[in-house]
Design a protein around this ligand. Structure first.
Ligand code: NAP
Length: 242
C-alpha cells in the first residue's frame, strides 16, 4: 500500500492536496489537529472520488504525539510505505513585531519549523531505506519576500525554504526529492479575514488562487514526471512577486 501523509489535511490547501494525491492512487493519511468534522469531510471527499485513506490526528509541534502516532501507524501497517510527505500544516498570528507576544512568535514557528522537523525525521528513515521519497513543503510568498505584520510567519517560511534546500542535498543520492511550493493568496479559512477585493487588484491575474491549483502543482512534484527536480522553491502567486 503506497501512502501519502498530508499534514493539515482537514481544510483548505491540505484538503485539496489530499484529494489530488488520492486521485493519483495513494492511500492518503489525513493529519489534522482538532477539527474532526472537517477532517471527516476530507475523508468523505477522498472516498467519493474513488480513493481511500484514514485520519491521523496529532499536533505536528508535539514531538511525542508525532512519534507515537506515526510509529504506531508504521508498526500496525507493515505492508504500507509512506512515500509522499506534504508538510502543509501552518497558522498565521499576525502582528507588528513591536507588539508581538511570545506566544504569537512561538506558535507560528513551532508548528511550521518544529512540525517540519518532527514529522520529516520520523518518515525519512523508511524513505531512505526504500530509495524513494517525495517531500513537499508548503511555504509562502511571505517567506520569500517578507511581509510586514508577519515577521513570525515570514521567518518560519524562510526557515523551511532553507531547510528544503539543505535536506535536498542530504538525501538526493537515495532518490528522495525535497521541494517547496510558495503560494501567494489562496482562498481558504486562513485568508477569510483579508480584504480580497482590494488585494486582488495588486495581483496580475486579478484573483486569489484556488486550493486545487496548489494541489495540481504538488501532484506534479509528487509524480514520476518531477523525478529530477529537487531543492527548488516553486512560486504559485498569479504573478504577484517573481
Ligand atoms: P487553513 O485553511 O487555515 O488550514 C490549516 C490546516 O492546518 C488545518 O487542516 C489545521 O487543522 C491544520 N493545523 C493547524 N495547526 C496544526 C497543528 N499544530 N498540527 C496539525 N495540523 C495543524 O490553512 P491553508 O490556507 O489551507 O494553509 C495551508 C498551508 O499553506 C499553511 O502552511 C499556510 O501557511 C500555507 N499558505 C497558505 C496561503 C493562503 O493564502 N491560504 C498562502 C501561502 C501559504 P484543524 O482543521 O484541525 O485546525
Amino acid at each position: 500500500m503506497k501512502c501519502a501523509l498530508v499534514t493539515g489535511g482537514s481544510r483548505g490547501i491540505g484538503r485539496a492536496i489530499c484529494v489530488k494525491l488520492a486521485s493519483m492512487g495513494y492511500h492518503v493519511l489525513v493529519n489534522y489537529q482538532s477539527n474532526d468534522a472537517e477532517a471527516n469531510k476530507t475523508l468523505d471527499l477522498i472516498r467519493s472520488c474513488g480513493g481511500d485513506g484514514e485520519l491521523l490526528k496529532f499536533d505536528v509541534s508535539d514531538a511525542e504525539a508525532v512519534s507515537n502516532v506515526l510509529t504506531s501507524f508504521v508498526t500496525s501497517h507493515p505492508e504500507s510505505c509512506i512515500e509522499i510527505l506534504v508538510n502543509n500544516a501552518g497558522i498565521r498570528r499576525d502582528n507588528l513585531l513591536f507588539w508581538m507576544t511570545h506566544d504569537e512568535w512561538h506558535k507560528v514557528l513551532d508548528i511550521s519549523v518544529d512540525g517540519f522537523f518532527y514529522v520529516t525525521q520520523s518518515l525519512l528513515k523508511n524513505m531512505l531505506a526504500n530509495k524513494f521519497g517525495r517531500i513537499i513543503n508548503i511555504v509562502s510568498l511571505s517567506g520569500l519576500k517578507g511581509m510586514p505584520g508577519q515577521v513570525n510567519y515570514s521567518a518560519s517560511k524562510g526557515a523551511i525554504i532553507s531547510a528544503t534546500k539543505a535536506l535536498a542535498q542530504e538525501v538526493g543520492r537515495k532518490n528522495v526529492t525535497v521541494n517547496a511550493v510558495a503560494p501567494g493568496y489562496v482562498e481558504t479559512d486562513m485568508t477569510a479575514d483579508l480584504d480580497e477585493k482590494s488585494l486582488k487588484n495588486m495581483i496580475p491575474l486579478r484573483r486569489f488562487c484556488q486550493p486545487e491549483e496548489v494541489a495540481s502543482l504538488v501532484g506534479f512534484l509528487a509524480s514520476k514526471e518531477a523525478s529530477y527536480i529537487t531543492g527548488e522553491v516553486i512560486s504559485i502567486n498569479g504573478g504577484l512577486y517573481t
